[in-house]
Design a binder for this molecule. Structure first.
Ligand SMILES: [Zn+2]
Length: 121
């Protein structure tokens, strides 16, 4: 697939604001929900536990498309692609966002944030 010339702001119609925000973050390579969004502080993958693979400059997104723990999910979201890669963020943006959400929502080691306790106020 050739996505040269595609702009980071080429958005498909019919996506929710939240999905568009996620898509923009993934395309620019700094997505807090995916992880590794802080400069100079790559983190381990919370799915496959590979060391320091979630980082900025697109390394987290590249890993998301290559993570060994998610091969079955990639087949579900990209049935026509034998080896899905980050350029699918431009070619199949809706499927890419759905895959990303599956990636972090079904992660086995995600630490859930505790809900804010307002009863103590
Ligand atoms: Zn991984």
């Amino acid at each position: 697939m050739d996505v040269r010339g595609a702009k980071v702001t080429d958005f498909p119609k019919g996506m929710t604001r939240g999905s568009l925000r996620t898509l923009m973050q993934l395309r620019t390579g700094a997505c807090k929900r995916l992880g590794g969004e802080l400069h100079g502080a790559p983190v381990d993958c919370y799915r496959c536990e590979e060391t320091g693979v979630l980082g900025r400059a697109g390394t987290a997104v590249e890993h998301m498309f290559a993570c060994a723990s998610s091969a079955a999910d990639r087949k579900v979201h990209f049935p026509d692609s034998s080896s899905p890669e980050p350029d699918l963020l431009w070619v199949l943006p809706k499927a890419s966002v759905a895959y990303a959400e599956t990636f972090w929502k079904t992660a086995p080691h995600v630490v859930q944030r505790a809900p804010r306790n307002t009863a103590m106020a």
